[in-house]
Design a protein around this ligand. Sequence first.
Ligand SMILES: C[S@@+](CC[C@H](N)C(=O)[O-])C[C@H]1O[C@@H](n2cnc3c(N)ncnc32)[C@H](O)[C@@H]1O
Length: 472
Amino acid sequence: MTGQRRPSRPDRGRPAPRKQGPRRPPVEDPARRVALDVLRAVRERDAYANLVLPELLRRTRVTGRDAALATELAYGAARAQGLLDEVIVACLDRPLSKVDGVVLDCLRLGTYQLLRTRIPEHAAVGSTVDLARADAGSPASGFVNAVLRKVSEKDEEGWMAQVAPDRDADPIAYLALRYAHPRWVARAFAEALGDKGTELEAALAADDARPEVHLVARPGEISAEELAAITGGDVAPYSPYGVHLPPGGGDPADSEPIRERLAAVQDEGSQLCAVALTRAGLTGPDERWLDLCAGPGGKAALLGALAATTGARVDAVEQAPHRARLVERATEGLPVTVHVADGREPGLEPGFDRVLVDAPCTGLGALRRRPEARWRRRPSDVADLTRLQSELVASAFELLRPGGVLAYVVCSPHLAETEGVFGQAARRANAEILDSREFFPGVPHLGDGPYTQLWPHRHGTDAMFCAMARKQ
Ligand SMILES: C[S@@+](CC[C@H](N)C(=O)[O-])C[C@H]1O[C@@H](n2cnc3c(N)ncnc32)[C@H](O)[C@@H]1O
């Protein structure tokens, strides 16, 4: 019932005035209570929705259909925040900044239900008003009721017609609002795609949808086919180790192969980038591999498992101690040594045969997996990150042996973080840029090279970027 756009609402009779008399305290809807508490934690504590939600569901013992509804509402409202706010502000006589935070959370939750689900209007409004009354008092609940009634006068199309910029005059701004992205992010996608028409629309639409969960089958432990059979998933189209889980399949952490550490959750694009590093040919030794930005250890674990099959060893560097501990846990039993160090000066003996720089980045390529992230990132983040990325790649070239191979990976299509950083760093190091598409066999629609940019709408993966070079 949820997850689909509400059809237009031709008949929108006003609700009958509420009868006077004593009122029983409303019975709160557990799914909406959890969703509201997630929105509140995201706003008040800068929490991550995808960490808070599972914890809240566990604590409140909300399961099954209620858990699915709470997930849809919390993630959906967090993801669509910019669009919801445009509509809410059009129904107000004051700026959004003058609305109390808890009330705003309620308005976003109610507006999301009205515009982007098939939940009946009376249920969407009534349940949200009850939550507003419980958390912010009766006057606030009256305000929420009045605003949501106005919101309910149009469906999403109707509101787009009223609040969106003209598509012909400013296609990026129009599509940004239509698919609930900040304009600067939509612009970055348009620049990377070289398109501000149908392909940009497809990219933003794919990023506005809930993604599938991908698993990686640990090489040497279990095959993708076996993992798919156990989990009820499908073997991934491109990664030899990947499995796609069906939607709504519960918490993958509960599945047996993950508990037994035969598999892990990892986007197929991330798997492909780690594997690409191991696919480039080398002359001479192939024994020392380095992962320079390893936390929390997804790629280090895959590299470690592959290294175990060839006799190589992996050094994994991570600056943040708590994330280094996650790498240790992810790579237990594998030929991986974890170092808590700054990748710009890790103090390791140079001469590595293969180096992965999976650099800290804006994460614009994984926005679909982090519902609130698009509204939290700022364009000004890019400059600091590109400086750090350039320094990490320069250090990686220093640590690589002549003839060795480097892969630079970011989970972002932003050109400054991708081609900008790598092109300059490879030139400075006088390295030979490889056509990385060769190391993504069978993956279609990779453009003209030499770099590889994956996309949710083209490949069903996060928008991972991978550039590769050989040291001369
Ligand atoms: C994109 S994440 C890496 C993801 C990881 N490779 C994986 O697949 O799980 C970047 C990591 O780099 C770490 N980091 C940031 N600055 C660093 C530095 N100067 N040296 C080493 N690691 C750094 C961050 O703490 C973060 O864990």
